[in-house]
Design a protein around this ligand. Structure first.
Ligand code: SAH
Length: 210
């Protein structure tokens, strides 16, 4: 159920759904998603669906991870910040494609579990911390790209400020709890250009540490 064949099948499905970036498809093929969910759910890890990870949170659907990764890496970023580590899967998918990844999570046990997974998988270019992502991560700013995997009613100002002024890209679901629009913000100097992409459903971005 967690074999290479089931992963290959997932990749074929993503291709049919319109993911065409071969580098992204390769990473999805090689990333053991079953190690990012509870053992009881491992047999469902290569279905194209979100799955619960405890604490009322979810690991995102592979299609969304692939689509967001594609958006993030198309700017060829050297340094990426992820808000909402969750299981750690999205960061693990970025790891072979981006030299340095910072990821923050506001639920401590999730942050710790993800850190253990990164260690076990030898993903040394991910730095995971327990903090409130609505503040960004100012100590390592600016970032070439910021990916937010929880939904914001309004884009946090700190994230805009921490984007590189030279084409920094922010990918973030914007909207209320029921439905959001995946939004791409591109910064050039003090200009922020916003583009609304697909409708998506993410858990809400919460303020403060849990
Ligand atoms: N990227 C994750 C999916 C995460 S679900 C994965 O690949 O598994 C969204 C995550 O965002 C949850 O774990 C939630 O706890 C976290 N989150 C919500 N608000 C946050 C905040 N203000 N700062 C950091 N993380 C936050």
């Amino acid at each position: 159920m967690t074999s290479q064949r089931t992963r290959d099948r997932l990749v074929e499905r993503l291709r049919e759904e319109g993911i065409s970036n071969e580098a992204v498809l390769d990473v999805i093929r090689n990333t053991p998603r079953h190690l990012f969910v509870d053992e009881a759910l491992a047999s469902r890890a290569y279905e194209d669906t979100a799955l619960p990870i405890g604490y009322n949170q979810t690991i995102s659907q592979p299609y969304i991870v692939a689509a967001m990764t594609d958006l993030i890496i198309s700017g060829n970023p050297q340094k990426v910040l992820e808000i909402g580590t969750g299981s750690g899967y999205q960061a693990a998918v970025l790891a072979p494609l981006v030299p340095k990844i910072f990821t923050v999570e506001r639920i401590k046990p999730l942050a710790e579990q993800a850190r253990q997974r990164f260690r076990k998988l030898g993903l040394r270019n991910i730095r995971a911390s327990y903090s409130d992502g609505t503040e960004g991560l100012p100590e390592f700013a600016p970032y070439d790209a910021i990916i937010t995997t929880a939904a914001a009613e309004k884009i946090p100002q700190a994230l805009l400020e921490q984007l590189s002024p030279e084409g920094g890209r922010l990918v973030i679901p914007v909207g209320g709890p029921a439905r959001q629009t995946l939004t791409l913000v591109t910064r050039t100097g003090d200009t922020f250009e916003k583009a609304g992409l697909d409708p998506v459903i993410f858990v809400p971005l919460l303020t403060g540490q849990a």
